[in-house]
Design a protein. Sequence first.
Length: 291
Amino acid sequence: MNWQGVIPAITTPFREDLSVDHDFLAKHAAWMIDQGCSGLVALGSLGEGATLEFDEKVAVLQTCLRTKAPVVASISALSTQSAVQMAKKAEEIGCSGLMVLPPYVYSTDWREMKAHIAAVLRATKLSCMLYNNPIAYRTDFLPEQMAELASEHENLHAVKESAADVRRIAAIRALNKRLAIFVGVDDLIVEGIAAGAVGWIAGLVNALPKESVLLFERAARSQDVFDLYTWFLPLLRLDTVPKFVQLIKLVQAEVGMGSERVRPPRLPLAGEERDAALRLIRAALASRPRL
């Protein structure tokens, strides 16, 4: 797994009966790879992985693998046993890497969290990324703890840092330069790359891949970036609120690349909340820059 570039946290499309729409998933995945993305992360928070059964997760990964691009499986579960089972299956079917999350629901101390992550890392030979998102999961992997895990597990190669604090990137780099650091919140991408991040696990890329790849490339060159960033920022902020799945899927629908369907307990946006989101999205798309 080559940990760099723009890697979409791909959304999971659903048919009207809320079964996974694999035909559209294959089309969507191939479209983003064709637009310059360097791989795919499936089954994460944006992919509504918590609503998918084990067999559905495997089928989603298999559809993404049809792109022939590197596919990273998000490993998230209620129990360590379930996480290990998914990690082994992802390796068996040909995934290139894993993105390892803390367990759903249960947030505890470092001893228990380290044991959970370590069990997944030991279960596979695949290259792994640690996902740190204390805002969503109430577990905060500190830079010192990341360095400890990396020193003990040779297959931990990357970190998706979503603490929304750009200072974390420099802190991680100072303690372990081997870890590739990815920005995990969309509206921190320019600042994150300036601080030393080498990749972006992106959300709005599901609807706007060409703009996302260009923004990343310009930020990496530190030139010609701020006009594009200024236009993109209102949309990128949609990735940072509790209903980010519904909002990103709404942008996908507006650009003709997906639907608003989500699985309960999520519900599609409605009323003034949806109208306000549409006003923002349509205003942005009306001034979409020529690339």
